[in-house]
Structures are given as structure tokens and as C-alpha cells.
Design a protein around this ligand. Structure first.
Ligand code: ZN
Length: 161
């Protein structure tokens, strides 16, 4: 029998809205609820801890500090890249976001912090680093994870992988 309170090893479906400084930055409204495997670090630690023990149908507002969210702003995570390394058609101005590839081939997020005469100053921090996260969450479905999901550490939809 599936439990009616959130605990490790369950697939949780939740409706959520994330606000930072009063502005909505992410929401499931108008889309499918988010499904994740509880206890597998699929979501930020501060939110996962607060959802633990919530009942099916329960709503909650959770405030997550940066350290338990997307981390503090790392002052070391900035690099200068020569202007010549950017495509000619790319707008070079503060706030422009891009995806880079690390030498290992992993995708990496970056945002232009400032543009100098010869170089572009890039911020490699997560866009929500340093932010206090305000989540409104509602648990709308619960089920036990399958062996395979537990093994993989994430939820499988219709398209297993
Ligand atoms: Zn998988």
C-alpha cells in the first residue's frame, strides 16, 4: 500500500510556484505537476527536507536560504573571455545568457556580467545562486517508486531510460 505522507523512496507529484524577491521565476501552473523521486536529491535540499512528511493534498509555503538552495554566489566563478571567441552575431551585453561547454564536454551555464574593450566578463554561477527561494508547494499525488527508479535515482515517465 502506498503511504499517504511523503517519505524517501516515493514519487511525489507537486504543484509549485517559485518566487524570488516577489517575482515568479518558475511555476507548474498551466503545466503538469512536477514529479520527482523523494530522498534522491532531485530537488534543492532545503525544499526536500520541508516536504518530508507532508500529507497527500497538503499545501505549504517553504522559504529556502541560498546554502540549502542553489548555493551562495561564488566570487571565484567569474572568467574573462576574449571578445574574439564569441560568434560575430552574438549580442555582447550584460545579462545575456548562454550555454558553454566545459573541456570535459559538459554543458555549463554562463551570463554576461560586463563587457570590456577586449574581453567579456562571464558569471558562471547558477542564475539563482545567492537567492532566497520562496516556494508554494502542494502534494497532488504519491506513489511508491519502482525498483528501477530507486536504482537510477530519478523518476521514469512513459519514456523510460
Ligand atoms: Zn533512469
Amino acid at each position: 500500500m502506498t503511504a499517504t505522507k511523503v517519505t524517501g523512496g516515493q514519487v511525489v507529484s507537486m504543484e509549485y510556484t517559485l518566487r524570488v524577491d516577489g517575482k515568479v521565476v518558475d511555476t507548474s501552473e498551466g503545466a503538469e505537476p512536477l514529479q520527482y523521486l523523494h530522498g534522491a536529491a532531485n530537488i534543492v535540499p532545503g525544499l526536500e527536507r520541508e516536504i518530508e512528511g507532508m500529507a497527500l493534498g497538503e499545501s505549504k509555503t517553504v522559504i529556502v536560504e541560498p546554502l540549502e538552495g542553489y548555493g551562495e554566489m561564488d566570487e571565484e566563478a567569474f572568467v574573462d573571455v576574449p571578445r574574439s571567441e564569441f560568434p560575430d552575431d552574438m549580442p555582447l551585453k550584460p545579462g545575456v545568457e548562454m550555454q558553454l561547454t566545459t573541456p570535459e564536454g559538459e554543458p555549463m551555464y554562463a551570463r554576461i556580467e560586463s563587457v570590456e574593450a577586449q574581453s567579456v566578463h562571464l558569471n558562471l554561477n547558477h542564475p539563482l545562486a545567492g537567492a532566497e527561494l520562496h516556494f508554494d508547494v502542494k502534494v497532488v499525488a504519491l506513489r511508491d517508486a519502482t525498483e528501477e527508479e530507486l536504482d537510477h535515482g530519478h523518476v521514469h515517465g512513459e519514456h523510460s531510460h
